[in-house]
Design a protein around this ligand. Structure first.
Ligand code: PXP
Length: 241
């Protein structure tokens, strides 16, 4: 059975809108665990636009499930990740100007670099994953790089407006899962998955984890809105005798 790992980056995005203390992504991570998440993911970006180093450390110390760290393949992130020792690291491409991770990691032609980059993690028994498009060449290169997992990018499927293109993208992902598994890679899926499109994967075998963030944080805001307003109304009503 695939498991859900919840990305709490966008709780921190809301906090960073005011550069204040709330909402706290670490608290959200604990609540996600209470809800049944089997792991928590954060992406520590070079520009620290949402998750900060402090949250990473607190999550490492306090989670009762697994911590996964998404990161660019830089020296700075390698040092932080080795110090923190999460359960899994996932290498993603990172561009400063992007709103979110746009494409998969370019592995083809960089196998030796990636292999060397991953080696100290493997020595420390940290699982390694590469976030890639469902492209057979990238999957081959990921296997060649010695990663334990690939996370196949589901964004082009999730974002497709046209049903024919959407179906083609889904088939590419399904073929990619089979290809990766045949090379001994474990497979996670992520990006743009939501309460509707996740159903497309219901009967697809061989997926280890779904990595989902934005749609869950968005739903949390909506399902919590009425209750949050009720609580404020109750306080304000208490002002009157
Ligand atoms: N997987 C990776 C590698 C990502 O970069 C992201 C976005 O941070 C996700 C999964 C989660 O995507 P979403 O927030 O669209 O669910």
């Amino acid at each position: 059975m695939p498991v859900l790992v919840v990305n709490v980056d966008h709780v921190a995005t809301i906090r960073q809108a005011r550069m204040g203390r709330e909402p706290e992504p670490v608290t959200a991570a604990h609540l996600a665990e209470l809800g049944g998440a089997q792991g928590i993911i954060v992406h520590l970006r070079e520009d620290r636009r949402h998750i900060q180093d402090r949250a990473l450390q607190l999550l490492r110390e306090t989670l009762s499930t697994n911590l996964h760290l998404e990161m660019a393949a830089t020296r700075e992130m390698q040092d932080i990740a080795l110090r923190t020792s999460p359960h899994m690291i996932c290498l993603v491409p990172e561009k400063r100007e992007e709103l979110t991770t746009e494409g998969g990691l370019e592995c083809q032609g960089r196998e030796a670099f990636i292999r060397d980059y991953l080696a100290p993690f493997q020595e420390q028994n940290i699982c390694t994953s590469l976030f890639i498009d469902a492209d057979p060449h990238q999957i081959d290169a990921a296997a060649e790089s010695g990663a334990d997992y690939v996370e196949i990018h589901t964004g082009s499927f999730a974002d497709a407006k046209d049903v024919v293109i959407r179906q083609q993208e889904l088939e590419k992902i399904i073929t990619g899962i089979g290809h990766a598994r045949s090379l001994g890679l474990k497979v996670n899926l992520g990006h743009g998955l939501n309460y509707k499109n996740i159903l497309a994967f219901a009967r697809i075998p061989d997926v280890s984890e779904y990595s989902i963030g934005h749609s869950i944080v968005s739903r949390a805001v909506m399902v919590g809105m009425a209750r949050a307003v009720e609580q404020m109304v109750r306080i304000i009503n208490g002002f009157v005798d």
